[in-house]
Every structure is written in C-alpha cells, then in structure tokens.
Write a protein that binds this ligand. Structure first.
Ligand code: AMP
Length: 408
C-alpha cells in the first residue's frame, strides 16, 4: 500500500503582509497573443483568491511550452497576465524576466492582496536543471513562503517546483494541489471497494507501471483502446492490423499470468469495431476471436461495453485513464462515450470517480459529463506517475503537515 505523508496546506499558513511565491500551472494554449483556453488559469483562482483575501502579496510563476532555456516571445506569459487580470478583476503586475532586479523591485513594491506574475521560468535553462543558485534567486522574491499549486508539474524536479523549497521556511500545497492529492491519494491508499481501474489509450509502454501498481490496489481492471491488442496478441489471439507493441508482448503476457494466478479480475475486450484503416468509411463489429486479416480494431464493441459497464456499475471507486478507442473519430467514439456515461451513472449512485490524462479528460468533456465525475485530474504525466505508485518530487518537497502521521 502506498502511504503519503500529509503535507502543509495553504490554509495552514499565516499569509498577511508576506510575499508568497506561488508556482502555478499556466501552461495554456495561446492563439497569437490571446489565451485560447483559460481552464488552467481558472482552476487556480480558489487558491489565488484565498491568498488575496488573507492579505498575501502574490508572486506567481509558471512555465509555458518548451522554450528550451531561451527567451522566445511565442511562449511569453504576458497574454496570461492579461487574462488573469480579467478573471481576478484586479491589476496584475508583470515582470518580463523571472530573475532580475526588475522582478525583485516589483515583488518588494507589492502591497497586501497585490499580484505579480513572472515571465516564463523556462526561459532559463537553470529551471529544468533544478539549479540551486537560480532556485535561491526565485526564493528571494518571497518572504520564505512557497505554495505549489502546479500538480501537472509535480513529477518534475525543476527549480520553481522543487529547488526553491530548499530556500524557504514553509512549502505548502495550494487548494488545487491539495484536491488532487486528496482524491488520488485516497484512491491509492484507502479506496472504497470495489475499486475498478479503466485503462485505455494507445501505448502499453506508457502505462505498464500503472497496470502493475493498480493490479496491487484495485479489485478489477478493464483494459481497452489500442493497448488491449498487445495483451490479446500475447495470448495468441489474432488481432489483424490493430496497433500493437510487439516489444511489450512478454511483459503483457507476464501481467496476464500474474492476474490469472492471483485470481485478479483483468478484463479485455470481447468484441470490437473494425475498419481496414482509421479513415475507411466501412466499419464492422466482430468478436475478438473473429478478427479478419487486414482489419484493425478501433473501438470496443457493444458486448464489451456491456461487460465493462457491469463492472463499473458495481464500483465504489473508479480511476480512468485513456480512451477505449480512437474517439477523435465519431465512428470509433461510442465505446469511450458509453464508458463516460457508465462512470457518470456510477458516480451518481455514490462512487468516487477520478479521470486523468489529457485524452480521457477530452472524452469526458466531449460526452458532456465532466460535471458528473468526482474529480478530473489536471496533470496527465503527474497523475500517471502517481497512479504508478511513484513519489512525485514536487509533492515530496513540500513541508509535512504538523502531527501529520504517515498516512491520510
Ligand atoms: P494515450 O496517449 O496512450 O492515452 O493514447 C490516446 C490515443 O489512443 C488517442 O489518440 C486514441 O485515438 C488512440 N487510440 C485508442 N484506441 C485506439 C485503437 N484501438 N487504435 C488506434 N488508436 C487508438
């Protein structure tokens, strides 16, 4: 069982009159100089508003894109400052270099409740190198108080996530980070049972550790999407032209053997929607054992939807990562959309549901049930590492809560 030490929360901090360095995830899509999707900014508003109400002087930092350690106006956070101003309904000061005399002066000029946003931390190669001197310079912009609300970056040991914590007195989780840790932490350490994991998507290799870890924790696992074919082929099932990772067949076979010997419920698709290519308009449905040569499986079929749906309807905890088919194309979206509806129905009946990973989040949003799952994880890579049982450096680096004990 994975134990996570409870971490200090922003709610525990004395913030009035202090410059507080908040690492946020403002890695948003831009359309020229406009933010085209402000979800990530809006998700941090509860943390920012709490800090503002408590009289903190906020210094916000984030990365955006991959400018590779160089100044590149394409990845400027200036458009984010403009959008944040609108969302908060108050001025947001901007410093065009995160470590500079200007940034320091602007941080010192802040009054209680004021907000300063720093330019992209990845303009400096020292950010990703977790450089101590750069971390110290970032820390000099605050009064020994650091808050991390960037769950999506918590699997990266970077300066503004991990390095800075060595140079401040207190490092706390923001409200968004805390929510992620509560939901995901509970699922992997103390879930209501049955606990059902749904895994899909294209690559087994990305999720092998997740499968291994969740097999220890969950009561059942439903595997769909292209990754199912690596498992099926490892059992000698003909899979036609379906996507497969031939170098992962042994691993897949090993996992299935383990599941069998332990009596673990690992369910694979029993039928699927086939086409000769993803762009071909002609599709057909067949049992897995009847896959014709030259056809590829691009979605789970109706029998699988029913089989998986039955497991989901019994679940009390559901973790879902990865679509069950090539859902971007309407002809192959039915399985994923049906799963989304099943997860929503189970949640309405009292289950806790957690959806993570960019594509499954997109699928949940597309099916219009985003409001009906308990928690949508904001961090794709970070949530996968968390579910794989790995410790996230950005979480480990936070200060332990007083009298936290060793569990949550
Ligand atoms: P991942 O990034 O591993 O979660 O994979 C997500 C991608 O897997 C999506 O773009 C889906 O279109 C794709 N995918 C899911 N099922 C299949 C399938 N049966 N065949 C091909 N691609 C698939």
């Amino acid at each position: 069982m994975t134990m996570t030490t409870k971490k200090l929360s922003i709610r525990d901090l004395e913030l009035k009159g202090k410059r507080v360095f908040v690492r946020v995830d403002f890695n948003v899509p831009l359309d020229g100089s406009r933010v085209s999707d402000d979800t990530r900014i809006r998700e941090t508003l509860p943390t920012l508003r709490l800090a503002i109400e408590r009289g903190a002087r906020l210094v916000l930092a984030s990365h955006l894109g991959r400018p590779k350690g160089k100044v590149d106006p394409k990845y400027s956070l200036a458009p984010v400052a403009a959008r944040l101003r609108e969302l908060l309904g108050k001025p947001v000061e901007f410093a065009s270099d995160c470590v500079s005399a200007d940034a320091l002066a602007k941080s010192k000029a802040l009054r209680d409740g004021d907000v300063l946003l720093l330019e992209n931390v990845r303009y400096h190669p020292e950010e990703e190198a977790n450089d101590p001197e750069f971390s110290r310079q970032l820390a000099s912009l605050c009064d020994q108080v650091f808050v991390c609300d960037a769950f999506g970056s918590a699997h990266r040991a970077h300066a503004s996530v991990v390095g800075i914590t060595k140079f401040v007195r207190q490092s706390a989780a923001g409200l968004l980070m805390e929510k992620e840790l509560n939901y995901m932490g509970r699922a992997i350490s103390n879930p209501d049972r049955p606990f059902v994991a749904i895994l899909g998507g294209a690559k087994v290799s990305d999720k092998i550790e997740v499968v291994q870890n969740l097999m220890k924790l969950a009561d059942a696992m439903l595997i769909g999407g292209a990754m199912a074919y690596t498992f099926l082929k490892s059992q000698g099932v003909p899979i036609g032209k379906s996507l497969v990772e031939n170098d992962k067949l042994d691993l897949a076979r090993g996992l299935l053997d383990e599941a069998r010997s332990r009596g673990f419920r690992l369910l694979l698709p029993v039928d699927h929607v086939l086409a000769q290519s993803p762009d071909s308009p002609a599709t057909k449905i067949a049992d897995i054992s009847d896959t014709p040569e030259g056809w590829m499986g691009l979605d789970v079929g109706p029998k699988t939807i029913e089989l998986f749906g039955r497991e989901i309807s019994k679940a009390r905890t559901i973790v879902w990562n990865g679509p069950l088919g090539m859902f971007e194309k309407p002809a192959f979206a039915q399985g994923t959309l049906a799963m989304a509806r099943a997860v929503a129905a189970a949640t309405a009946a009292g289950a806790t549901s957690i959806v993570g990973g960019g594509d499954s989040v997109a699928a949940v949003e597309q099916s219009g049930i985003a409001e009906k799952v308990s928690h949508i994880s904001t961090g794709g890579g970070a949530s996968l590492e968390f579910l794989a049982g790995e410790k996230l450096p950005g979480v480990e680096a936070l200060t332990d809560a007083p009298n936290s004990g060793k569990d949550r």
